[in-house]
Design a protein around this ligand. Structure first.
Ligand code: ZN
Length: 411
């Protein structure tokens, strides 16, 4: 009996150390700076990198790698989790981008918790996956920490600045590539070749009940089969999964000079934006836009749940999405017509359930003029029109090759 107990104890130790690089049993504090704080604080750039170094030093499933340079002179860090599942299936790959606008830091903190929970197997994974996370994309902006450049946002207490080290808005630079950040992003992107892509942000504008909004790749810019999957399968499945967890989500609320109850249109993410760029490579992409007026703690937790749900979908739909991507690459060939510019089709719309607040006009105490505000004591749930169809307005014939002259001035 005693031998049997020793045998089981040995098995337990071997199994529990399986994923760990060290047999040191000293307890390690795995709480992130966000978790240690008051719920309204985000990790600094150096805290983020040192946390991931500690994680990668401890777990076999996590690695950290430096890529290229950014305009700040510092490299990007890519943190990778690879599941330890024996399978002949090709892993499904997910790429996450954080801190492109460092004041919108929700994804930075939620990714640290997500990668930790994957490494220590608190989150179970059933299918071979690779999750690659750009820890902080806008390194220069992240180091330019302040407390006042996002005054209309409900936390965190201090955060990085929107512009990068040369004051570029990196979420307008993906196809243009004026910055070293974008050059390095492209190197990472082509190395990973993700099936799914997530870019984490915080929105501003109208008030409504949701903490989470999504800005999923505008589907009409994809080939028809992939477009059909994105709009009629991926979007409803993600929305349903989040609803079941009490994290209702709505498409990004894009309204100007009106209120969401009148309906709104899908954002056209052209290739200068992250998901506009990644859709050129037939990746299923979304920007997460948490709502700026909701508490920071809720936004970070919601972003983490959303990424977990995308991981679930990626696992269950891996084969289907890989086939759709392969099909899309084969569909667009030299000699085919390809739309470059798009216009919203106002003759078509979906009807979606929307959880809003009544909009009211009051007199501004500052200007004495009429000002739109939202009354949180008057929540509503109603169906609203959602315009999500775009038509190509100008197109090219895809050439066999492009000849690009050598760039001047970049070394
Ligand atoms: Zn943003």
């Amino acid at each position: 009996m005693r031998n049997l107990l020793i045998y089981f104890a040995f098995i337990f130790v071997v199994t529990s150390c399986d994923n760990k690089k060290t047999t040191n049993n000293d307890p390690i504090d795995w709480e992130t700076p966000f978790e240690k704080g008051n719920g309204n604080q985000t990790a600094t750039y150096h805290e983020v990198i040192s946390y991931y170094e500690k994680l990668a030093n401890h777990y076999y499933s996590i690695s950290i790698k430096e890529y290229g340079k950014t305009d700040s002179g510092l490299p990007l860090h890519l943190i990778s989790y690879k599941s330890n599942i024996q399978s002949n299936k090709e892993p499904v790959k997910i790429l996450v981008n954080n801190g492109i606008h460092p004041g919108e830091s929700d994804g930075i903190d939620s990714s640290m918790m997500l990668l930790r929970d994957l490494a220590n197997e608190k989150l179970s994974i059933e299918y071979p996956i690779e999750l690659h996370v750009i820890a902080v994309y806008n390194v220069g902006g992240s180091l330019n920490r302040n407390t006042s450049s996002r005054t209309n946002q409900n936390g965190p207490e201090s955060y990085g600045f929107r512009g990068n080290a040369r004051n570029y808005d990196l979420n307008r630079d993906f196809i243009k590539t004026d910055t070293r950040n974008a050059v390095t992003f492209q190197e990472i992107y082509h190395t990973v070749n993700p099936d799914f892509f997530i870019d984490n942000h915080v929105s501003n504008g109208a008030d409504y009940q949701y903490v989470l909004t999504h800005l999923i790749t505008q589907h009409n810019r994809s080939t028809s089969n992939l477009a059909n999957y994105i709009e009629n399968s991926f979007r409803p499945e993600l929305e349903q999964k989040l609803n079941e967890e009490n994290w209702p989500i709505t498409p990004y609320v894009s309204v100007w000079g009106t209120t969401p109850d009148k309906g709104f249109s899908q954002f056209l993410d052209e290739p200068r934006y992250s998901t506009g760029y990644t859709s050129l490579w037939n990746t299923v992409g979304l920007m997460v836009e948490t709502h700026m007026l909701k508490p920071y703690k809720d936004r970070v937790e919601g972003t983490k749940v959303l990424m977990e749900k995308v991981l679930e979908i990626a696992q269950s739909r891996a084969t289907e999405v890989k086939e759709l991507r392969k099909d899309a690459f084969a569909t667009l060939k030299a000699g085919d017509s390809y739309a470059l510019t798009y216009k919203l089709d106002r003759t078509k719309n979906d009807s979606i359930e929307f959880l809003g607040y009544e909009g009211e006009y009051i007199t501004s105490k500052v200007t004495g003029l009429e000002q739109l505000t939202y009354n949180r004591n008057k929540p509503f749930k109603k169906m609203v029109p959602y315009y999500n169809t775009y038509k190509g307005t100008d197109s090219i014939i895809i050439p066999s090759y492009y000849v690009i002259l050598r760039a001047i001035g970049i070394s």
